[in-house]
Write a protein that binds this ligand. Structure first.
Ligand code: PLP
Length: 340
């Protein structure tokens, strides 16, 4: 079986495991106060081209989302998200459990735009409704689309003009930054959003996300909050070492680029056979539409997920490539489609 199920099925890139092994018997400081976390932060700051940010390593994406959103909102404040946003549909109400409403907005491509935000603001006018205070975007989005610099600038301007905190969920930021259409750098992102994270879990790390706090007023007491939510790991150095490996050179970008190249190859194979996509492919998540009869056969050789039923005979599926996807899996997909 070849799996295109997701980008977190495999363990970790060997260079990360090597570094973990190298430092295995070293005595490290606890709770993220260790040399490796410091080195990793230094490397990430180098990529961001600035030193005036706070970085915290958190174990998982949902945890990072809940921590971040609940940290900066007052009890009556809410976060605006695309309806497809991870916090809205795939986190089991975790944000709402923290007391904050997610105001979801229908979008065609998973991307929020200023007019979506303005519409929400116009609707929420007084204290009888929650007060929108944060904008949540994900890059790549849950539909594999990516924000252009112009789009991010527009959202940033709108957020600043309306005194909203702009938060970018970067669980798949590696794939966004290395896809063909991308024109954003980490430096640009740090200049345009208030807080964002760089996902490791879906890009070659065993686990971990690097949360970057940019605005000074968001930085205060954040370690207290992490601990208060049970997310300050005694062995925080395990996260630090992984981000040290990912950012000491270009490994983070190389791994994401590999996933994107595999996705581009799959896209070509699928398009050459004249199959259509539910949404235009940009990154390592693809949503091709196939006849159900072919999908029945596909299930015997490939692991993938169903995205949406299109009509009685056709279904959109989700194929995800990863840092570890082998060319032979892509070749197997080519030969499968040649047979049907
Ligand atoms: C955009 C996005 N954000 C957050 C998460 C949550 O990550 P985790 O499963 O580590 O909690 C995911 C997971 O797929 C995701 O796709």
């Amino acid at each position: 079986m070849h799996s295109f199920m997701n980008d977190y099925s495999e363990g970790a890139h060997p260079r990360i495991l090597d570094l973990l092994n190298k430092y295995n018997l070293e005595k490290n400081g606890g709770y993220g106060l260790d040399d490796h976390s410091d080195i990793a932060k230094k490397y990430i700051k180098r990529e961001l081209g600035r030193d005036d940010v706070d970085i915290h390593f958190i174990a998982a994406g949902t945890l990072t989302n809940v921590l971040t959103i609940s940290a900066f909102l007052k009890p009556y404040q809410a976060v605006i998200s695309a309806d497809s946003g991870h916090i809205n549909v795939h986190e089991t109400g975790a944000v709402e459990t923290s007391g904050h409403k997610v105001i979801s907005v229908p979008t065609i491509d998973g991307k929020l735009r200023p007019d979506h935000i303005i519409k929400v603001l116009n609707y929420h006018q007084d204290e009888h409704m929650v007060q929108p205070k944060m904008v949540y975007i994900s890059n790549t989005t849950e539909l594999g689309t990516v924000y252009t610099k112009e789009e991010l600038k527009a959202i940033s301007k709108c957020s600043r003009e309306n005194n909203l905190i702009l938060f970018m969920d970067g669980a798949r930021l590696g794939s966004a930054l290395t896809c063909k259409s991308n024109d954003l750098s980490l430096e640009d992102i740090a200049g345009l959003v208030d807080v964002f994270y760089i996902g490791g879990t879906k890009n070659g790390a065993l686990l971990g996300e690097a949360l970057v706090l940019i605005r000074d007023d968001l930085k205060e007491d954040f370690r207290y909050l992490i601990k208060n939510r049970g997310a300050l790991m005694a062995k925080g150095f395990v996260l630090g070492i992984q981000f040290e490996a990912l950012f000491q050179d270009s490994l983070y970008f190389d791994l994401a680029e590999h996933a994107n190249i595999m996705a581009c190859d799959l896209t070509k194979i699928i398009s050459d056979k004249d199959y259509k996509f539910f949404i235009k492919p940009y990154s390592n998540q693809l949503f091709p539409i196939f006849p159900n009869a072919i999908l029945e056969k596909m299930k015997d050789e490939f692991v993938f997920s169903i995205h949406e039923k299109i009509d009685e005979d056709n279904t959109a599926i989700r194929l995800v490539t990863s840092w570890a996807t082998k060319e032979e899996s892509v070749d197997a997909f080519r030969s499968f489609l040649e047979r049907y």
